[in-house]
Structures are given as C-alpha cells and as structure tokens.
Design a protein around this ligand. Structure first.
Ligand code: SF4
Ligand code: SF4
Length: 371
C-alpha cells in the first residue's frame, strides 16, 4: 500500500482509501467483508459520513477491534431524515449526532471531523458564523473529540474560502477526469497545497459515470465541483486510469472510491499493480476536449527523459511554486533524483506530450525559480 501525508494534520494515510456510500444498505456480513478486506490490503482511512443510526451500528460492529488501525471521519451536520441521510445547521442537533457516532463506534474521537456538505454561499456563511458549526467543530477538537477539522463540499468558490479561512486541515472535494475543465479547480488545489490542507478526493469515478459504457456522460455539479455538463468520451475508461488522474493532482492526499463489494474494491486496488501504460490517462482528456492546450496534467506520458527527469513532478512543483513558493516545495524539488537543471533540451518530451506543453521553457523557468 502506498501512503501519503494528510496535509498539515501530518497523519500517514493510504493513497487509496474507502468511501462507504455504496455499502449503506448492505447487510452486516457484507459490510464486514469489504471493510476487513480493505484493512487487510492496507487501507487505513474510511469516510463514514452518514447519520442513520442503523448504518452506524453496522459500521461500528465492522470496525470493532480495528479502531487503532484505522482513521475514521465523521461529518458534523449529517443527520437522519426519514431513514435517509440528511443535514442540519443546528449546532445542538449536530453535536447530538456526533456523540451518537462516538457511542455507536465505541470510540472517544474521530480523526477528521468534516463540516458537512456545504456548497451555497449563504449556507457557507451560516456554518462559519459565530456560534455555528465551525465554532462547534473547533470546540470538539479542543475537547479531544476530533483530531482535525475538515470541510466537504462540491463548489469551488466556497471550498476555496474554507481553505483560505485557515480553519480547516482537510478538504473533501470531487476530483475526477470529468471535472478537469471546471474553472478554478487548479487554483483550489494549489491553494490547498500552499496551505498544506490535505485533499481527500471524492467521486474519483464521477459516481460511476466515467466507467459506464455509453459514450455520452452526463455529470451533475456534485460530481464535478462545478456546473453540470455532458461530455463525449471516445474511449472506454478504466478505474485505474481514473485513479491515476486523481492521484496525479496537486495537493492530493487520498481518494475514497465508493466500492459496493469486494470485486469493486479489488478493481480499485489493482491500481497499485498496473503498468504505466495501463495508468496512462493522457488520451482521455483530449477526448473530453476540455483540457487547456499547453497545460501540463502531470501524466508523464512524455517519459522517459534521457536525464531521468520526472517531468510531471517538476511541472507540478513549478505550478505550485508559481502560485506560492514555500520551504516544503523547495525541499521537495531538491529531493528529486534529477531536476530541471539537468535538462539538455533534447526535445524528446515535447515530441511525446499530447498536450503541446512547452516543457523546455518550463524546465528553464523551474530552474530559475528553484535553482
Ligand atoms: S509535459 Fe505533457 S506528457 Fe509530460 S507530464 Fe505534462 S502533460 Fe503529461
Ligand atoms: S527536453 Fe529536457 S526534460 Fe525533456 S526529455 Fe529532454 S532532457 Fe528530459
């Protein structure tokens, strides 16, 4: 299992984790089997957002005996409404549901406490207002009931405000190939990286839409982080390609694919054994016709470089450094086996890049920025 650091929280987290949305109405044995298989395979982060008591009971049993091996999230404001998942902005009710969560999971704390499902500006303002859920989350963290504060939402503008408020340690946001063209997406990720806010990517398959056989893919705003859209895909897309795209993005700590059964879990974890060819998503963005010509998407389709430069990684660090230079970025750059100063301007990467990226110019810029 590959791991990453979950932003300034500093926790070590599996790069592929588990979303539990598709297990909600499954029986105990089924949930046990998927959860235990995930833990066996090294997954240590689980997003458990729901407010329904009967679902919490099932998960509480599934995680019994494993609490010290897993990180659990909870969502402040998630409640039960008519047996389904609902939300509240009433701090008193939200706190009651968090206490209920702790009791049903037989634990004293959650690892990440997300401000739950915020999109509209007026909702954001309500949650962040004095005496609102944000204040409650800080009190719960100060009481030791949460290790870190997160924010979950599907809208770039409000998510970016949350990141830049300084309050949150972790952002949960839709990240997927279908969302590549959403305005402001890159800047949001860069803002997270600059502030060391770890990103937990939800919807890596856009709710399964990217994997469907049909060539026309309709996406809603909650699957993209921007407006809804209908995309034409000319090629079939695999879970491995989707995950590689997600894990290539700036600021990404982990992703939480929803897996309805062990087969789907294994299909996601096949990512780790996939070849570079199987991971390559570079042809898919052009079929969606939503990439910016000249924009590096960090796919490394241009490798190998005769100088051993990881072109995607140098370009990723350059984009982050352009946005905001930090000591961590400099350290990451200096830690590369080969860097931009090693470029001999052979042009091989530019010939191989499907996106028309001016790699040589970018290497010169990166050398000037980091050198
Ligand atoms: S330069 Fe082109 S091929 Fe290389 S990582 Fe960037 S987008 Fe991919
Ligand atoms: S131009 Fe530079 S970065 Fe690109 S393949 Fe040649 S040496 Fe590597």
């Amino acid at each position: 299992m590959k791991t990453r650091i979950l932003g300034r929280m500093g926790a070590t987290v599996s790069s592929i984790s588990l979303g539990t949305e598709y297990l909600i109405h499954k029986p105990q044995e089924h949930v046990d089997a998927v959860v235990h298989r995930a833990i066996e395979r090294g997954i240590n982060y689980f997003d458990v957002f729901f407010g329904q008591g009967f679902v919490r009971d099932i998960y509480g049993k599934a995680f019994a005996g494993y609490r010290d091996r897993v990180m659990l999230s909870a969502h402040l404001g998630a409640i039960e409404q008519d047996g389904e998942s609902g939300r509240t902005r009433d701090p008193e009710l939200a706190e009651t549901y968090l206490e209920d969560y702790l009791r049903r999971f037989a634990t004293d704390y959650v690892d990440v406490l997300f401000l739950h499902n915020i999109d509209a500006q007026d909702d954001y303002d309500t949650v962040m207002a004095p005496g609102g859920l944000a204040d409650l989350a800080q009190r719960l963290r100060d009481q030791g009931k949460a290790r870190a504060i997160g924010y979950s939402g599907h809208t770039v503008s409000t998510a970016r405000q949350a990141v830049e408020s300084g309050l949150i340690d972790v952002l949960m946001f839709p990240v997927n190939l279908g969302a590549h063209g959403v305005p402001g997406r890159r800047e949001l990720y860069q803002s997270c990286a600059a502030r060391n806010v770890g990103i937990v990517a939800m919807k890596p398959f856009a709710g399964g839409r990217l994997l469907q056989k049909e060539t026309q893919v309709s996406l809603e705003f909650w699957q993209t982080g921007g407006g809804g859209s209908t995309l034409e895909k000319r090629d079939s897309i695999t879970p491995v390609q989707c995950l590689h795209y997600v894990l290539s993005q700036v600021g990404l700590s982990t992703t939480v694919p929803g897996c309805a059964d062990i087969d789907q879990l294994d299909a996601a974890l096949a990512y780790y054994d996939a070849t570079e060819e199987e991971r390559d998503f570079s042809g898919l963005l052009t079929s969606f016709e939503q990439y910016q010509p000249g924009e590096c998407v960090y796919c490394n389709h241009c490798l190998p470089c005769p100088q051993g430069i990881n072109v995607g990684q140098v370009n990723r660090l350059l984009d982050m450094g352009r946005f905001q230079m930090t000591d961590e970025l400099s350290a990451m750059y200096r830690g590369l086996a080969a860097n931009a100063s090693d470029c001999i301007q052979c042009g091989s990467c530019e010939a191989n890049c499907p996106f028309g990226v001016a790699v040589i110019d970018r290497m010169v810029e990166a050398d000037a920025l980091f050198g």
